[in-house]
Design a protein. Structure first.
Length: 406
């Protein structure tokens, strides 16, 4: 539920229902929320996605410094772009965005807002970004690596001795960062989020996002002990070879970052990124009752601030020094520069798409998306809410926008 972001990113998915959450009374919506239904879709989910601190324990990711201005230079022709759809072949981007498909959409070019719509939420609403969170965790990791505080060639147990004697022993942090650990928990089907026997369901239960009542949950999951749960996982394949989307990898990264620095993951994201990038508002990060963070999917933020983060990877934002050109280039080249059958570079640092044209994408459940085109200095970000528990996928033309207008 939280992930499936490779598929999401490749077709840039975003879904939500046609009923506006603000049409329902907040108090009545809050009374309906349970750990079983909060992400099953519709107005209830949209309310939760924009009110995370009222439902789950959260830590604050603090902003700081001068807010980076995003001047508006709106281009109506972007909204008139024809969006290819077999059911509505003449549909424009404006029509698509305004028919309930997304909660918010923003396009930046050269640091300016050229397109921005909020059909179902307000511009200053914070919204759960699900697996786009992984991009913040991996960027914090890359910054610490650049500072010489983390060596990705070292095995997991060097950082987390609690995992000695587990299947994580001997796996380089490099392979964890690139979703090639070989650890079980593949999220390629909805079974990962519906079946209590699946390791991703159990990870989410450990963090308070699924019920802990299933009979086959590990005891560590029932107690909210994330490190204890991670120690129960098994290795399904040799580390370093096969890319498999598994959010337990991100949980390990989050714990390593905290262990190396002696600070919470929320504080690290704040210190290394959020407080330095000119964010407009604080962000939030979901934690469970034992202060273990939902590193794989738990951040909530304003859409403009997600776009400001994307801007740090572009020509307009590199001069800020938050994400150096050296770090950005490492993301694209750490696994080599040979293209696969889709014309894409090997995936690294938890990103869902990388290519030699400087495109990078991170997607998340329910229509969250961050698209960056370094060469064209373009950032596109979306928020969405799923209509049903298992929504179909809908295409959104991020690459078409960049190719057509910039």
């Amino acid at each position: 539920m939280r992930s499936r972001s490779l598929v999401v990113a490749l077709i840039a998915v975003a879904l939500c229902d046609n009923i506006r959450a603000e049409d329902a009374k907040p108090a009545s919506l809050r009374a309906q929320v349970t750990v079983e239904n909060w992400d099953k879709g519709g107005p209830l989910s949209r309310w939760v996605y924009t009110h995370m601190s009222e439902v789950f324990p959260v830590a604050v990711v603090r902003r700081g410094g001068t807010i980076v201005d995003l001047p508006q230079q709106l281009r109506p022709e972007i909204g008139a772009l024809k969006v290819s759809d077999k059911d509505q072949p003449d549909q424009t981007l404006d029509q698509f965005v305004n028919n309930g498909a997304v909660d918010g959409c923003i396009v930046l070019h050269a640091g300016k807002i050229v397109y921005e719509k909020y059909p179902t939420i307000k511009p200053n609403d914070s919204h759960l970004i699900f697996s786009v969170t992984k991009a913040f965790v991996s960027t914090a990791l890359a910054i610490l690596e650049d500072q010489g505080k983390i060596d990705l060639q070292k095995p997991v147990e060097n950082f987390l001795p609690e995992l000695k004697g587990s299947a994580w022993v001997g796996i380089r942090l490099r392979d964890v960062a690139d979703m090639r650990s070989g650890i079980e928990g593949d999220e390629s089907s909805s079974d990962a989020y519906r079946n209590p026997a699946h390791k991703e369901y159990q990870r989410e239960a450990t963090l308070g996002w699924e019920p802990r009542t299933a009979p086959n949950l590990p005891e560590a999951a029932r107690r909210g002990n994330l490190l204890g749960f991670l120690g129960t996982l098994k290795r399904e394949r040799k580390a370093g070879e096969t890319w498999t989307y598994t959010s337990s990898n991100t949980s390990v990264l989050g714990e390593v970052i905290s262990r190396v620095t002696g600070r919470s993951l929320a504080d690290n994201i704040s210190d290394l990124i959020w407080s330095r990038m000119g964010a407009e508002r604080d962000a939030l990060l979901v934690e469970n009752e034992r202060k273990f963070p939902e590193a794989g999917a738990g951040m909530s933020a304003m859409l403009r601030d997600v776009a400001r983060f994307g801007l740090r990877f572009t020509k307009s934002g590199e001069q800020s020094g938050v994400i150096s050109d050296r770090i950005a280039k490492r993301i694209f080249t750490s696994r080599g520069t040979a293209l696969d059958e889709r014309g894409m570079l090997p995936l690294t640092y938890q990103w869902d798409m990388l290519n030699e044209k400087g495109e990078m994408v991170k997607g998340g459940w329910a229509g969250q998306l961050l698209y960056i085109n370094r060469d064209k200095d373009v950032v596109v970000a979306y928020f969405g809410t799923n209509l049903v528990a298992d929504p179909k996928l809908e295409p959104l033309p991020c690459r078409m926008i960049a190719k057509t207008f910039f």
